[in-house]
Write a protein that binds this ligand. Sequence first.
Ligand code: PLP
Length: 391
Amino acid sequence: MIYLDNAATTRTAPEVVEAMLPYFTENYGNPSTIYSLGSASKKAINQARKTIADSLGANMEEIYFTAGGSESDNWAIKAAAEAYASKGKHIITSKIEHHAVLHTCQYLEKHGYEVTYLDVDRNGIVDPEQLKAAIRPDTILITIMFANNEIGTIEPIAEIGAIAKEHGILFHTDAVQAFGQVPINVDEMHIDMLSSSAHKLNGPKGIGFLYIRKGVKIRSFIHGGAQERSRRAGTENVTGIVGYGAAVELAMKTMEERTRKEIELRDYLIHRLETEIDHCWLNGDRVKRLPNNVNFSFLFIEGESMLIMLDMKGICASSGSACTSGSLDPSHVLLAIGLKHEEAHGSLRLTLSADNTREELDFVVDSIKEIVARLRSMSPLYEDYLKKRTI
Ligand SMILES: *Cc1c(COP(=O)(O)O)cnc(C)c1O
Protein backbone atom coordinates (compact mmCIF):
# COMPACT_ATOMS: atom_id res chain seq x y z
CA MET A 1 0.00 0.00 0.00
CA ILE A 2 1.14 3.55 -0.74
CA TYR A 3 -0.49 6.07 1.58
CA LEU A 4 -0.85 9.55 0.08
CA ASP A 5 -3.75 10.92 2.09
CA ASN A 6 -2.05 12.49 5.09
CA ALA A 7 -4.38 15.51 4.95
CA ALA A 8 -7.26 13.13 5.78
CA THR A 9 -5.40 11.53 8.64
CA THR A 10 -1.94 10.28 9.53
CA ARG A 11 -0.55 7.07 10.95
CA THR A 12 -0.19 7.25 14.72
CA ALA A 13 3.56 7.30 15.35
CA PRO A 14 4.93 4.27 17.26
CA GLU A 15 6.45 6.62 19.88
CA VAL A 16 3.00 8.11 20.39
CA VAL A 17 1.32 4.72 20.86
CA GLU A 18 4.03 3.72 23.31
CA ALA A 19 3.54 6.89 25.36
CA MET A 20 -0.22 6.26 25.48
CA LEU A 21 -0.20 2.58 26.48
CA PRO A 22 0.46 2.93 30.25
CA TYR A 23 -2.57 5.23 30.51
CA PHE A 24 -4.82 2.43 29.26
CA THR A 25 -3.32 -0.09 31.67
CA GLU A 26 -1.64 0.72 35.00
CA ASN A 27 -2.25 4.52 35.00
CA TYR A 28 -6.01 4.43 34.58
CA GLY A 29 -6.85 6.89 37.38
CA ASN A 30 -9.33 9.71 36.94
CA PRO A 31 -7.29 12.96 36.92
CA SER A 32 -9.87 14.70 39.12
CA THR A 33 -9.25 12.39 42.09
CA ILE A 34 -6.82 13.14 44.90
CA TYR A 35 -5.07 9.77 45.37
CA SER A 36 -1.77 9.27 43.61
CA LEU A 37 -3.18 7.05 40.85
CA GLY A 38 -5.29 10.01 39.73
CA SER A 39 -2.49 12.51 40.21
CA ALA A 40 -0.34 10.52 37.78
CA SER A 41 -2.96 11.12 35.08
CA LYS A 42 -3.26 14.77 36.00
CA LYS A 43 0.50 15.20 35.83
CA ALA A 44 0.61 13.59 32.40
CA ILE A 45 -2.15 15.90 31.12
CA ASN A 46 -0.34 18.97 32.37
CA GLN A 47 2.89 17.82 30.82
CA ALA A 48 1.16 17.47 27.43
CA ARG A 49 -0.47 20.87 27.92
CA LYS A 50 2.94 22.40 28.61
CA THR A 51 4.53 20.79 25.54
CA ILE A 52 1.72 22.10 23.34
CA ALA A 53 1.70 25.60 24.88
CA ASP A 54 5.49 25.90 24.49
CA SER A 55 5.28 24.89 20.82
CA LEU A 56 3.00 27.87 20.11
CA GLY A 57 4.57 30.44 22.42
CA ALA A 58 1.44 30.25 24.58
CA ASN A 59 0.78 29.65 28.29
CA MET A 60 -0.47 26.33 29.64
CA GLU A 61 -3.66 27.96 30.93
CA GLU A 62 -4.56 28.98 27.37
CA ILE A 63 -4.76 25.41 26.00
CA TYR A 64 -8.14 23.64 26.24
CA PHE A 65 -8.44 20.02 25.13
CA THR A 66 -11.39 19.07 22.91
CA ALA A 67 -12.50 16.05 20.90
CA GLY A 68 -10.82 17.27 17.68
CA GLY A 69 -10.55 19.99 15.08
CA SER A 70 -14.27 20.20 14.32
CA GLU A 71 -15.15 20.70 17.96
CA SER A 72 -12.47 23.35 18.40
CA ASP A 73 -13.76 25.28 15.37
CA ASN A 74 -17.36 25.03 16.58
CA TRP A 75 -16.44 26.13 20.07
CA ALA A 76 -14.29 29.10 19.01
CA ILE A 77 -16.84 30.51 16.59
CA LYS A 78 -20.08 29.85 18.49
CA ALA A 79 -18.73 30.93 21.86
CA ALA A 80 -17.13 34.10 20.48
CA ALA A 81 -20.37 34.91 18.67
CA GLU A 82 -22.32 34.55 21.89
CA ALA A 83 -19.86 36.32 24.17
CA TYR A 84 -19.44 39.34 21.89
CA ALA A 85 -23.06 39.61 20.63
CA SER A 86 -23.60 42.86 22.53
CA LYS A 87 -20.80 44.45 20.46
CA GLY A 88 -22.09 43.19 17.12
CA LYS A 89 -23.15 40.22 15.04
CA HIS A 90 -20.87 40.32 12.03
CA ILE A 91 -18.27 37.63 11.28
CA ILE A 92 -15.68 37.51 8.50
CA THR A 93 -14.39 34.24 7.09
CA SER A 94 -13.29 32.93 3.68
CA LYS A 95 -14.92 30.79 1.01
CA ILE A 96 -12.30 28.07 1.34
CA GLU A 97 -12.64 27.17 5.02
CA HIS A 98 -13.16 23.62 6.23
CA HIS A 99 -16.83 22.66 6.65
CA ALA A 100 -16.38 22.74 10.43
CA VAL A 101 -16.01 26.51 10.05
CA LEU A 102 -18.34 27.12 7.08
CA HIS A 103 -21.27 25.12 8.45
CA THR A 104 -20.86 26.74 11.87
CA CYS A 105 -21.03 30.16 10.21
CA GLN A 106 -24.12 29.08 8.25
CA TYR A 107 -25.71 27.93 11.50
CA LEU A 108 -25.05 31.34 13.05
CA GLU A 109 -26.58 33.06 10.01
CA LYS A 110 -29.82 31.28 10.87
CA HIS A 111 -29.57 32.80 14.35
CA GLY A 112 -29.27 36.46 13.47
CA TYR A 113 -25.57 36.76 12.61
CA GLU A 114 -24.22 38.13 9.35
CA VAL A 115 -21.24 36.47 7.73
CA THR A 116 -18.95 37.81 5.00
CA TYR A 117 -17.30 35.01 3.01
CA LEU A 118 -14.16 36.50 1.47
CA ASP A 119 -13.11 35.50 -2.03
CA VAL A 120 -9.65 34.11 -2.61
CA ASP A 121 -7.38 34.52 -5.63
CA ARG A 122 -6.53 31.83 -8.19
CA ASN A 123 -4.00 30.33 -5.76
CA GLY A 124 -6.40 30.36 -2.82
CA ILE A 125 -4.94 33.34 -1.00
CA VAL A 126 -7.08 35.73 1.04
CA ASP A 127 -6.34 39.37 0.19
CA PRO A 128 -5.65 41.39 3.39
CA GLU A 129 -6.92 44.55 1.64
CA GLN A 130 -10.24 42.88 0.90
CA LEU A 131 -10.37 41.77 4.51
CA LYS A 132 -9.82 45.35 5.69
CA ALA A 133 -12.59 46.58 3.39
CA ALA A 134 -15.01 43.99 4.83
CA ILE A 135 -14.54 45.13 8.43
CA ARG A 136 -17.54 46.95 9.92
CA PRO A 137 -18.16 48.56 13.31
CA ASP A 138 -20.17 45.47 14.29
CA THR A 139 -17.52 42.91 13.21
CA ILE A 140 -16.72 40.72 16.21
CA LEU A 141 -14.73 37.84 14.74
CA ILE A 142 -12.38 37.07 11.88
CA THR A 143 -11.84 33.36 11.25
CA ILE A 144 -9.39 32.43 8.48
CA MET A 145 -7.66 29.08 8.19
CA PHE A 146 -3.88 28.86 8.53
CA ALA A 147 -3.46 26.47 5.61
CA ASN A 148 -6.01 24.91 3.31
CA ASN A 149 -6.63 21.18 3.58
CA GLU A 150 -7.31 20.64 -0.13
CA ILE A 151 -4.88 22.81 -2.06
CA GLY A 152 -2.29 23.35 0.68
CA THR A 153 -2.20 27.15 0.36
CA ILE A 154 -0.80 28.94 3.42
CA GLU A 155 -2.63 32.17 4.24
CA PRO A 156 -0.94 35.47 5.28
CA ILE A 157 -1.84 34.82 8.91
CA ALA A 158 0.51 37.32 10.58
CA GLU A 159 -0.82 40.08 8.32
CA ILE A 160 -4.44 39.10 8.98
CA GLY A 161 -3.71 38.94 12.72
CA ALA A 162 -2.21 42.42 12.67
CA ILE A 163 -5.29 43.80 10.91
CA ALA A 164 -7.61 42.13 13.43
CA LYS A 165 -5.57 43.48 16.32
CA GLU A 166 -5.48 47.00 14.89
CA HIS A 167 -9.29 46.98 14.67
CA GLY A 168 -9.81 45.33 18.05
CA ILE A 169 -11.46 42.27 16.49
CA LEU A 170 -11.00 38.71 17.71
CA PHE A 171 -8.97 36.49 15.37
CA HIS A 172 -9.44 32.72 15.18
CA THR A 173 -7.50 30.41 12.86
CA ASP A 174 -8.14 26.78 11.98
CA ALA A 175 -4.55 25.51 12.06
CA VAL A 176 -5.43 21.82 11.80
CA GLN A 177 -3.32 21.33 8.66
CA ALA A 178 -0.56 23.78 9.55
CA PHE A 179 0.31 22.86 13.14
CA GLY A 180 3.38 20.63 13.10
CA GLN A 181 4.14 21.54 9.48
CA VAL A 182 4.89 25.26 9.79
CA PRO A 183 6.28 27.22 12.76
CA ILE A 184 3.48 29.06 14.59
CA ASN A 185 3.75 31.71 17.28
CA VAL A 186 0.44 33.03 18.59
CA ASP A 187 1.92 36.31 19.86
CA GLU A 188 3.93 37.20 16.78
CA MET A 189 0.97 36.33 14.55
CA HIS A 190 -1.63 38.05 16.79
CA ILE A 191 -3.76 34.91 17.00
CA ASP A 192 -6.47 34.97 19.69
CA MET A 193 -7.82 31.46 19.15
CA LEU A 194 -6.37 28.49 17.29
CA SER A 195 -7.80 25.04 16.48
CA SER A 196 -5.73 21.88 16.11
CA SER A 197 -6.32 18.14 15.89
CA ALA A 198 -3.88 15.39 16.91
CA HIS A 199 -4.63 12.90 14.15
CA LYS A 200 -3.31 15.26 11.46
CA LEU A 201 0.17 15.17 13.04
CA ASN A 202 0.72 11.50 13.82
CA GLY A 203 -1.32 11.60 17.02
CA PRO A 204 -4.49 9.68 17.88
CA LYS A 205 -7.96 10.46 16.49
CA GLY A 206 -10.65 12.17 18.57
CA ILE A 207 -8.44 14.63 20.46
CA GLY A 208 -7.84 18.27 19.66
CA PHE A 209 -7.26 21.55 21.41
CA LEU A 210 -8.42 25.11 21.23
CA TYR A 211 -5.92 27.80 22.17
CA ILE A 212 -7.77 30.74 23.76
CA ARG A 213 -5.69 33.82 24.53
CA LYS A 214 -5.92 34.99 28.14
CA GLY A 215 -8.47 37.79 28.42
CA VAL A 216 -10.68 36.63 25.56
CA LYS A 217 -14.27 36.43 26.74
CA ILE A 218 -15.46 32.97 25.88
CA ARG A 219 -18.33 30.72 26.95
CA SER A 220 -18.04 27.18 28.22
CA PHE A 221 -18.64 24.63 25.51
CA ILE A 222 -19.64 21.63 27.65
CA HIS A 223 -21.26 22.33 31.00
CA GLY A 224 -20.59 19.95 33.88
CA GLY A 225 -17.51 19.38 35.99
CA ALA A 226 -14.53 21.64 36.50
CA GLN A 227 -12.31 20.05 33.83
CA GLU A 228 -10.48 22.39 31.43
CA ARG A 229 -11.07 25.33 33.78
CA SER A 230 -14.83 24.54 33.74
CA ARG A 231 -15.04 25.45 30.07
CA ARG A 232 -15.09 21.97 28.59
CA ALA A 233 -16.45 19.57 31.18
CA GLY A 234 -16.11 15.80 31.16
CA THR A 235 -13.44 13.38 32.29
CA GLU A 236 -10.38 14.06 30.19
CA ASN A 237 -9.36 11.81 27.31
CA VAL A 238 -6.15 11.02 29.18
CA THR A 239 -4.69 8.58 26.65
CA GLY A 240 -5.54 10.93 23.80
CA ILE A 241 -4.00 13.92 25.54
CA VAL A 242 -0.83 11.99 26.39
CA GLY A 243 -0.61 10.85 22.76
CA TYR A 244 -1.16 14.40 21.56
CA GLY A 245 1.67 15.68 23.76
CA ALA A 246 3.99 12.98 22.43
CA ALA A 247 2.96 13.75 18.84
CA VAL A 248 3.64 17.47 19.26
CA GLU A 249 7.00 16.82 20.91
CA LEU A 250 7.94 14.59 17.99
CA ALA A 251 6.58 17.03 15.39
CA MET A 252 8.53 19.97 16.81
CA LYS A 253 11.73 17.95 17.10
CA THR A 254 11.53 16.66 13.52
CA MET A 255 9.89 19.64 11.78
CA GLU A 256 12.90 21.03 9.98
CA GLU A 257 14.26 17.78 8.58
CA ARG A 258 10.87 16.18 7.98
CA THR A 259 9.44 19.12 6.04
CA ARG A 260 12.65 19.47 4.01
CA LYS A 261 12.23 15.85 2.93
CA GLU A 262 8.53 16.34 2.22
CA ILE A 263 9.21 19.41 0.09
CA GLU A 264 11.76 17.48 -1.93
CA LEU A 265 9.29 14.64 -2.55
CA ARG A 266 6.44 17.08 -3.21
CA ASP A 267 8.37 19.04 -5.82
CA TYR A 268 9.59 15.85 -7.49
CA LEU A 269 6.00 14.61 -7.77
CA ILE A 270 4.74 17.97 -9.07
CA HIS A 271 7.51 18.15 -11.64
CA ARG A 272 6.91 14.67 -12.98
CA LEU A 273 3.14 15.10 -13.21
CA GLU A 274 3.25 18.46 -14.96
CA THR A 275 5.94 17.49 -17.43
CA GLU A 276 4.67 14.00 -18.27
CA ILE A 277 0.89 14.44 -18.49
CA ASP A 278 -0.99 16.74 -20.90
CA HIS A 279 -3.93 18.94 -19.97
CA CYS A 280 -3.28 19.06 -16.24
CA TRP A 281 -2.16 21.70 -13.78
CA LEU A 282 -1.21 22.26 -10.17
CA ASN A 283 -3.85 23.86 -7.92
CA GLY A 284 -2.78 26.13 -5.04
CA ASP A 285 0.20 28.40 -4.53
CA ARG A 286 3.61 27.04 -5.54
CA VAL A 287 5.54 28.82 -2.79
CA LYS A 288 3.08 29.50 0.03
CA ARG A 289 2.24 25.83 0.19
CA LEU A 290 2.20 23.09 2.80
CA PRO A 291 5.33 20.92 2.48
CA ASN A 292 3.32 17.77 1.78
CA ASN A 293 0.47 18.90 -0.48
CA VAL A 294 0.07 18.13 -4.18
CA ASN A 295 -3.26 18.94 -5.87
CA PHE A 296 -3.77 18.53 -9.61
CA SER A 297 -6.65 18.95 -12.03
CA PHE A 298 -6.73 16.61 -15.04
CA LEU A 299 -9.05 17.63 -17.85
CA PHE A 300 -11.52 15.07 -19.24
CA ILE A 301 -11.31 12.91 -16.09
CA GLU A 302 -13.63 12.05 -13.22
CA GLY A 303 -11.66 12.21 -10.00
CA GLU A 304 -13.75 9.51 -8.38
CA SER A 305 -12.99 7.01 -11.15
CA MET A 306 -9.32 7.82 -10.79
CA LEU A 307 -9.48 7.16 -7.04
CA ILE A 308 -11.06 3.74 -7.55
CA MET A 309 -8.43 2.78 -10.09
CA LEU A 310 -5.63 4.06 -7.86
CA ASP A 311 -7.07 2.04 -4.99
CA MET A 312 -6.86 -1.10 -7.14
CA LYS A 313 -3.14 -0.40 -7.38
CA GLY A 314 -2.89 0.02 -3.61
CA ILE A 315 -2.65 3.82 -3.68
CA CYS A 316 -4.68 5.87 -1.16
CA ALA A 317 -5.49 9.37 -2.43
CA SER A 318 -8.31 11.88 -2.38
CA SER A 319 -10.29 13.78 -5.02
CA GLY A 320 -11.71 17.24 -5.48
CA SER A 321 -15.27 16.10 -4.84
CA ALA A 322 -17.11 15.13 -1.73
CA CYS A 323 -19.49 12.23 -2.20
CA THR A 324 -22.58 13.26 -0.30
CA SER A 325 -25.59 10.94 -0.47
CA GLY A 326 -24.73 9.66 -3.91
CA SER A 327 -24.41 13.05 -5.61
CA LEU A 328 -20.97 14.36 -6.38
CA ASP A 329 -20.52 17.95 -5.31
CA PRO A 330 -17.38 19.56 -6.64
CA SER A 331 -15.16 20.94 -3.91
CA HIS A 332 -16.13 24.43 -2.71
CA VAL A 333 -12.41 25.22 -2.48
CA LEU A 334 -11.70 24.41 -6.12
CA LEU A 335 -14.77 26.39 -7.23
CA ALA A 336 -13.64 29.33 -5.08
CA ILE A 337 -10.25 29.47 -6.82
CA GLY A 338 -12.11 29.74 -10.11
CA LEU A 339 -12.18 26.20 -11.51
CA LYS A 340 -15.15 25.15 -13.62
CA HIS A 341 -17.27 22.27 -12.31
CA GLU A 342 -15.74 19.75 -14.69
CA GLU A 343 -12.22 20.93 -13.81
CA ALA A 344 -12.93 20.57 -10.11
CA HIS A 345 -14.34 17.08 -10.68
CA GLY A 346 -11.12 16.00 -12.36
CA SER A 347 -8.95 16.81 -9.37
CA LEU A 348 -6.66 14.67 -7.32
CA ARG A 349 -5.08 15.44 -3.95
CA LEU A 350 -1.94 13.61 -2.91
CA THR A 351 -0.65 14.43 0.57
CA LEU A 352 2.72 12.94 1.44
CA SER A 353 4.62 12.05 4.55
CA ALA A 354 8.37 11.99 5.02
CA ASP A 355 8.11 8.17 5.03
CA ASN A 356 7.21 8.10 1.34
CA THR A 357 10.01 7.28 -1.08
CA ARG A 358 10.88 8.36 -4.62
CA GLU A 359 10.32 4.76 -5.74
CA GLU A 360 6.77 4.94 -4.40
CA LEU A 361 6.19 8.23 -6.18
CA ASP A 362 7.57 6.82 -9.43
CA PHE A 363 5.05 4.00 -9.20
CA VAL A 364 2.30 6.55 -8.43
CA VAL A 365 3.19 8.74 -11.42
CA ASP A 366 3.31 5.73 -13.75
CA SER A 367 -0.05 4.59 -12.40
CA ILE A 368 -1.62 8.03 -12.84
CA LYS A 369 -0.30 8.25 -16.42
CA GLU A 370 -1.81 4.90 -17.24
CA ILE A 371 -5.14 5.68 -15.53
CA VAL A 372 -5.46 9.12 -17.11
CA ALA A 373 -4.82 7.64 -20.56
CA ARG A 374 -7.34 4.87 -19.95
CA LEU A 375 -10.07 7.18 -18.63
CA ARG A 376 -9.51 9.69 -21.42
CA SER A 377 -9.77 6.95 -24.02
CA MET A 378 -13.30 6.33 -22.69
CA SER A 379 -14.25 10.01 -22.41
CA PRO A 380 -16.63 11.50 -25.00
CA LEU A 381 -15.40 14.97 -24.01
CA TYR A 382 -11.84 14.01 -24.80
CA GLU A 383 -12.94 12.51 -28.11
CA ASP A 384 -14.73 15.79 -28.96
CA TYR A 385 -11.64 17.72 -28.03
CA LEU A 386 -9.42 15.61 -30.26
CA LYS A 387 -11.86 15.93 -33.19
CA LYS A 388 -12.01 19.72 -32.85
CA ARG A 389 -8.26 19.91 -32.66
CA THR A 390 -7.75 18.03 -35.93
CA ILE A 391 -10.26 20.16 -37.85
C1 PLP B 1 -9.30 17.58 9.43
C2 PLP B 1 -9.62 19.02 9.54
C3 PLP B 1 -10.57 19.49 10.46
C4 PLP B 1 -11.38 18.54 11.31
O1 PLP B 1 -10.63 17.94 12.32
P1 PLP B 1 -11.22 16.66 13.06
O2 PLP B 1 -10.26 16.40 14.17
O3 PLP B 1 -11.23 15.57 12.05
O4 PLP B 1 -12.57 17.03 13.54
C5 PLP B 1 -10.80 20.84 10.52
N1 PLP B 1 -10.14 21.70 9.75
C6 PLP B 1 -9.20 21.31 8.86
C7 PLP B 1 -8.48 22.33 8.05
C8 PLP B 1 -8.93 19.95 8.71
O5 PLP B 1 -8.02 19.56 7.82
